[in-house]
Design a protein around this ligand. Structure first.
Ligand SMILES: Cc1cc2nc3c(=O)[nH]c(=O)nc-3n(C[C@H](O)[C@H](O)[C@H](O)COP(=O)(O)OP(=O)(O)OC[C@H]3O[C@@H](n4cnc5c(N)ncnc54)[C@H](O)[C@@H]3O)c2cc1C
Length: 126
């Protein structure tokens, strides 16, 4: 199995000269509302190196649109971002792990844990 990576292409945009802070990999730093270190400059998507996936970029953009244009300050919500490994068989995951559920919901008296095989997941479209 091989793996590679990507880096934000933020060199030579003049961001430093206007005061937009970037980390050592060139990702633009954003606060929890996607605002950069310059209050009039906002940023979403891979260039922020938060979770680099298409639906996440869309969700961040949606949250920012609400903040900027609907007067409804909205933080991106990363609680249920699905991820997939396009292997054979494929692997997918979404939501909290069993451990996280136990830690977050300590008041739960009973937690039912189910497991299903790859064939069942494929049939369910998961
Ligand atoms: C090989 C590969 C496979 C992937 N597979 C998946 C997948 O299966 N599922 C998934 O969810 N995500 C996947 N991703 C990630 C997904 O593509 C990104 O998370 C998503 O595109 C991020 O959207 P974005 O708008 O932030 O950035 P981008 O889609 O990269 O858009 C940035 C845009 O800005 C433009 N741009 C760059 N510099 C400048 C400039 N100086 N001036 C003007 N325009 C500029 C670029 O041309 C580009 O159009 C994959 C990525 C790669 C590379």
């Amino acid at each position: 199995m091989f793996a590679t990576g990507r880096r934000p292409n933020t060199k030579n945009l003049g961001l430093e000269s206007v005061g937009v802070k970037m980390n050592k990999n060139g990702a633009i730093e954003a606060d929890e509302y996607s605002c950069t270190t310059v209050p009039s400059i906002w940023t979403v998507g891979d260039v922020t190196d938060r979770i680099n996936l298409t639906p996440v970029a869309l969700m961040e953009g949606g949250a920012l649109a609400k903040t900027l244009f609907q007067n409804e300050p909205t933080k991106p919500d990363y609680r249920a971002v699905p991820s997939a490994v396009f292997s054979q068989p494929p692997i997918g995951q979404v939501g909290l792990t069993e451990e996280q559920v136990r830690n977050c919901f300590t008041y739960l008296q009973q937690l039912k844990v189910g497991k299903m095989g790859h064939e069942a997941k494929a049939a369910a479209g998961v």
